[in-house]
Design a protein around this ligand. Structure first.
Ligand SMILES: [Zn+2]
Ligand SMILES: [Zn+2]
Length: 122
């Protein structure tokens, strides 16, 4: 929830900048542009936003200059691909919770890595 002040005279709410704590005028153009996109309206005053933009630009230029842009980019976006298809089960021996990359068969005992190793005599 964004901090807001209610103007005692007009009764309008004014957002407070999360950066400097000053109240500022909402940018109606921005609100209109963000409507329906699900993107939040910036919680910072125009001055702080400009400062952040400058900071951001300086950082991008710095990474470009040092050639680290490739590494600073996130490798994957969204939920972990591998984690989604794991099934939960419980080891038939030690009751330890285990994760399986396949759907477990209920008519067969399932063992965790340790119990399976122990059973195969390692
Ligand atoms: Zn500010
Ligand atoms: Zn086990």
């Amino acid at each position: 929830m964004h901090p807001e002040l209610i103007d005692t005279r007009s009764g309008e709410s004014r957002p407070l900048c999360v950066e400097c704590g000053e109240s500022f005028e909402r940018d109606l153009m921005e609100i209109a542009a963000r409507r329906g996109t699900g993107m939040p309206v910036s919680p910072r005053c125009p001055a702080c936003r400009a400062a952040r933009r400058d900071e951001h630009n300086a950082r991008v230029l710095e990474t470009l200059r040092t050639g680290q842009l490739q590494r600073t980019r996130p490798i994957s976006v969204g939920p972990d691909e591998g984690a989604r298809s794991l099934y939960s089960a419980v080891c038939s021996d030690c009751q330890r919770p285990i994760r399986l990359p396949f759907k477990p068969r209920l008519d067969r005992p399932l063992y965790c890595r340790f119990c399976r190793d122990a059973r195969s005599g390692r």
